[in-house]
Design a protein around this ligand. Structure first.
Ligand SMILES: [Zn+2]
Ligand SMILES: [Zn+2]
Ligand SMILES: [Zn+2]
Length: 769
């Protein structure tokens, strides 16, 4: 069979350098390359965007604002439908529960309408509420010629009420199972059960019309409540209106939501008092399907929910839907996340759990001939789960799909069908297509950065430590934990193991002890419009210097004039926003401010010169360039040096922090926090290898080694297999307990052979000195 390709020409979105590219379809295609080399620009901002645009065109969303033109490339081939899971998807619906996210609550809702028994808050009875088609289905199952009664229960069973009905012509009754005609006989002295016999029917040709007519009458007689009872004793109770069969009270209609929280379940991460985060009305929670109340079902874990659901897999019309969910739940067991309950909100999941839920949701959709675009599907996962996700991806390809995955795990690169490598560095020095080839051709000749790591030409160097260490012991709520001082300590475990808790508890403990602690904090990136230079508080240092320039003083410029926020400093054209925003109907158009060209400051300031560069140009410098120009300013130099060391030298001073990747943000924040402390004893890093290429990991690791030698103690939370090789001391957390503390080599010895083999693959990337 001839292979089809997705063909792109002149790809020049963001920093991409206008290359042509042929991507094979029906294959596992992997995109790799160092930080900032343009991987997301290619996968998410170009290909996923084109896919979305093509889809919107079909759907006739031809309005301009739906089609963003920010990507630049020509597509000269047809394209399968695209499903893109960009980083950050996992934060879209924090208050959704696992059950909602996976479509399990939806099936529960349907089952509830079909099979549920609604709880009556007035009398405690359980009621079925039926549709007319359910009555007809029951009728259709009867054998031809079967005789049956259409019985109506009486709300009031007093002789007076019965007398009235008789006067209206309703004379036939079933009293304690005996048929009595009250126009001929007297009402017995005592009895237990009375039904009005609305009709005696036979299952036959025209019987259905008569049945529907009787249903109509039952609405006015008994609010749509009735029994059908065959002469052989087969009986069914129906209720067409949401009214209690026993006491006549009004029942909640369908799947109704908690009134206190409006069905949101949570507010600012706290569960609603009324529904305890289950989102439904009390009567619905107490209602039941089979032997379980809805509340009990929502609290089931995925494993037990699978058993519950399998009982309904034969329901006509629902069977395909339920079978697809059962398959999904089976895969949840395979990925080892079946311990999560339906009602767990997404915000409570760990990074790895979110990733697995996402992968599960998309990859169990029974689709073929689609293009899936994934960004780092291994994030937060440990080795065995990574292997499982890879199997998942391969299965999707077997089903006829195409996969485009941005990923750096060397095992994924090794197993991919086709590898696209971007380079050579980040930012302006990046955006080149270094190599795009099938496996194993890609690995031949070792001419790329990535393949150099595979051939052993390059390795991540782990230094043997000479400086003395001390075992520090801390008593945390989750148990005693040991840490080696002046070493790299790794806290490791599967998603949901409790490792993050240990990490945070240790952090809080040390802060409370007044230790000098530094960590990377992503929450400080909330001010999205900030530039790198502002975020680092570098601009404050620089404007101090710049306002002292003779040329500035001549013009009467002060520090205020160098501010992005003061009225003296900002560009009058855009009031310091750098862009102008127009609204045309529903369309929002952003245009670069033509006065300051996005540099936010007044022209008076932008035109000043420092060492022969206009401020305008200075703001466009990369960190590396700025390091050369400002080398005479020690404080500025120190920050910039760290950033270069840690692999961020390619970032522009005026880059908006919101455009940075997770890995870039975490390193940037680390350096900011580190350089703003006089003395640092402990450094906490949460998933520092997120989104990092082997080369970036290498740089980051060298930087950590340098800091450790100062000395500093590092505590790292990471699941990347390479982290185990690079750390000096390992803490494993499982089931909310610390189960191992010691050296990786000793830990590995105690692991099963299959796991040892998996780790052996990663060993080649690390060299010890
Ligand atoms: Zn009732
Ligand atoms: Zn509520
Ligand atoms: Zn402006």
């Amino acid at each position: 069979m001839k292979r089809e390709y997705l063909e792109l020409q002149q790809v020049s979105t963001h920093n991409l350098k206008g290359f042509d590219l042929k991507i094979p379809l029906n294959a596992l295609v992997l995109i790799t390359g160092p930080s900032g080399s343009g991987k997301s620009s290619l996968a998410i901002d170009t290909i996923a965007q084109e896919g979305k645009n093509r889809l919107l065109k079909i759907l006739n969303y031809d309005k301009e604002f739906y089609v963003t033109t920010s990507y630049q490339a020509t597509f000269s081939s047809s394209m399968p439908p695209v499903f893109a899971l960009a980083q950050g998807v996992r934060n879209w619906f924090p208050y959704k529960t696992v059950g909602e996210f996976l479509g399990l609550v939806k099936v529960l809702e349907v089952l509830f309408l079909l099979e549920g028994e609604v709880f009556c808050a007035s009398c405690g009875a359980f009621n079925r509420v039926h549709s007319i088609s359910q009555v007809i289905s029951w009728y259709e199952t009867l054998k031809e010629g079967t005789k049956f009664y259409f019985l109506v229960p009486l709300l009031e069973i007093t002789p007076k009420a019965i007398e009235y009905l008789v006067s209206q012509g309703f004379v036939k009754y079933l009293i304690d199972d005996r048929e009595i005609d009250l126009s001929e006989e007297q009402l017995p002295q005592s009895f237990k059960e009375v039904f009005l016999i609305l009709d005696r029917m036979v299952k036959e040709g025209k019987g259905r019309d008569r049945l529907v007519e009787n249903l109509r009458i039952s609405f006015s007689l008994s609010n749509g409540r009735f029994f059908l009872k065959t002469t052989e004793g087969l009986q069914a109770q129906f209720s067409l209106r949401p009214v209690c069969f026993r006491c006549g009270s009004i029942l909640p209609v369908g799947w109704s939501y908690c009134k206190t929280c409006g069905g949101r379940g949570y507010k600012q991460k706290v569960a609603c008092d009324t529904c305890d985060g289950l989102k439904l009305r009390e009567e619905v929670l107490k209602s039941r399907i089979g032997d379980f109340s809805i509340e009990e079902i929502l609290r089931l874990d995925l494993k037990n929910f699978k058993e519950f659901l399998s009982r309904f897999s034969e329901i006509k019309g629902l069977d395909t839907f339920i079978k697809s969910l059962l398959y999904k739940l089976e895969q949840a067991e395979f990925l080892e996340i079946a311990y999560l309950s339906l009602s767990t909100p997404v915000f409570k999941l760990s990074v790895g759990e979110k990733k697995l839920i996402e992968v599960l949701q998309v990859l169990t959709a029974d689709l073929t001939h689609c293009l899936f675009i994934l960004d780092e599907p291994t994030l937060g996962l440990e080795v065995e789960q990574r292997v499982k996700v890879l199997e998942f991806l391969k299965n999707l390809v077997k089903k006829g799909n195409s996969l485009l995955v941005v990923e750096h795990d060397p095992f994924f690169i090794y197993e991919a069908d086709f590898i696209i490598e971007l380079g050579f560095e980040g930012g302006e020095k990046g955006g080149y297509l270094v190599k795009a080839d099938f496996n194993p051709l890609y690995f031949e000749k070792n001419c790329t950065l990535t393949s150099a790591y595979f051939s052993g030409e390059k390795r991540i160097v782990k230094k043997e430590k000479t400086r003395e260490t001390e075992i520090l012991e801390f008593s945390l709520p989750l148990g005693r934990v040991k840490i080696l001082s002046n070493r790299i300590n790794l806290i490791y475990g599967r998603p949901g193991s409790g490792k993050t808790k240990v990490f945070h508890q240790l952090f809080e403990f040390l802060v409370n002890q007044d230790k000098q602690v530094v960590f990377s904090d992503l929450s400080v990136f909330r001010r999205k419009e900030d530039w790198v230079i502002q975020y680092l508080n570098l601009w404050d240092l620089l404007r101090e210097v710049l306002s002292q320039l003779p040329s500035a003083r001549v013009k009467g410029l002060t520090k205020k004039h160098f501010s992005f926020t003061s009225k003296e400093g900002v560009c009058v054209g855009c009031k310091g926003k750098g862009k102008k925003i127009y609204k045309e109907e529903e369309t929002v158009i952003e245009v670069l401010c033509e006065e300051c060209l996005g540099k936010r400051l007044s022209l008076e300031v932008l035109n000043l010169e420092y060492k022969g560069f206009k401020i305008f140009e200075v703001l466009d410098f990369t960190i590396e360039e700025a390091f050369q120009v400002f080398s005479n300013l020690p404080k500025v130099k120190e920050k910039l040096m760290h950033l270069i060391d840690i692999g961020l030298g390619y970032l522009k001073l005026s880059q908006e922090v919101q455009t940075l990747s997770g890995g870039e943000k975490s390193r940037l924040s680390l350096i900011k926090n580190l350089t703003e402390k006089k003395q640092v004893e402990y450094v906490f890093l949460e998933f520092p290898f997120e989104g990092l290429h082997l080369e970036d990991i290498n740089r980051l690791h060298q930087w950590i080694e340098k800091m450790v030698a100062k000395p500093m103690t590092f505590i790292i939370l990471e699941t990347n297999p390479l982290a185990l090789f690079l750390a000096d001391f390992l803490t494993e957390v499982k089931h909310q307990k610390i189960i191992f503390q010691g050296f990786f080599e000793d830990w590995l010895k105690a692991q099963p052979e299959t796991l040892k083999e998996k780790f052996a693959f990663y060993q080649r990337f690390v060299a010890k000195f």
